[in-house]
Design a protein around this ligand. Structure first.
Ligand code: SF4
Length: 218
């Protein structure tokens, strides 16, 4: 398991949340605490620019208000909503996921990791965001942005072919989320990776971690 000092964790949480309070992005699916809306938005967000999904997201939640309506959705209509963002397999996946939730969970998205992770189409990432953003539970998110931040900030690297599936990284992510503002923290780390610690040309000179970051001080 990866580890860092408690002081580093405190500093990271504190600076990141302070940055977030001044720079948070606002999207229609944020702070709904509705697991259905989180499931829709996060499925749309996969491999897609966040600005592009606002319209499809609003169309889906307007057309299909819950899991039962989504399960019965006209697949051609659903795919038509995806026409501007591509990756049409996500429309099929959403319907399959809704079908399973309707069949085995009475149409209610489960609120435990153990039940959620068994549902077809739900992986570690969707599981953690549904629990955190949808059910207000302290689960850490881990995507390529967060993995990059861990690497640059703390010099932590996965030796797995697919770091997103590295259980050690997930455990590390879980050890550093705060006990109280975990929802804000998860949105903060995602926003920070999207706008400051970007894959190319990170904005190190204006970054709150410029003096402490492993990558910027190597
Ligand atoms: S200093 Fe640069 S590399 Fe380090 S966290 Fe900030 S933006 Fe990322």
């Amino acid at each position: 398991m990866f580890s860092i000092l408690d002081e580093e964790i405190d500093m990271f949480q504190c600076f990141l949340l302070d940055w977030y309070d001044k720079n948070k992005r606002s999207f229609p699916w944020r702070y709904t605490f509705d697991p259905y809306k989180v499931l829709i938005s996060e499925t749309l967000l996969q491999q897609t620019n966040v600005e592009k999904i606002v319209e499809p997201y609003l169309k889906i939640i307007k057309s299909y208000k819950n899991i039962a309506e989504l399960k019965n959705a006209d697949i051609n209509h659903l795919k038509d909503i995806f026409k501007d963002i591509g990756l049409f397999y996500r429309a099929d996946r959403l319907k399959e996921t809704a079908d399973e939730i309707l069949q085995f969970h009475s149409g209610i998205i489960p609120d435990t990791w153990e039940k959620l992770i068994k549902i077809k189409g739900i992986g570690y990432y969707i599981c953690s965001v549904v629990l955190c953003f949808g059910y207000n539970k302290p689960y850490a998110v881990l995507d390529t942005n967060v993995i990059r931040i861990f690497d640059r900030m703390f010099g932590i690297k996965s030796d797995k072919k697919r770091p997103r599936d590295d259980i050690k990284l997930w455990e590390f992510a879980q050890t550093i989320i705060p006990e109280d503002r975990y929802v804000d923290y998860n949105y903060a780390v995602l926003d920070f990776g999207a706008s400051v610690c970007t894959m190319y040309n990170p904005k190190c000179s204006e970054c709150v971690f410029s003096n402490t970051c492993f990558y910027n001080n190597r």
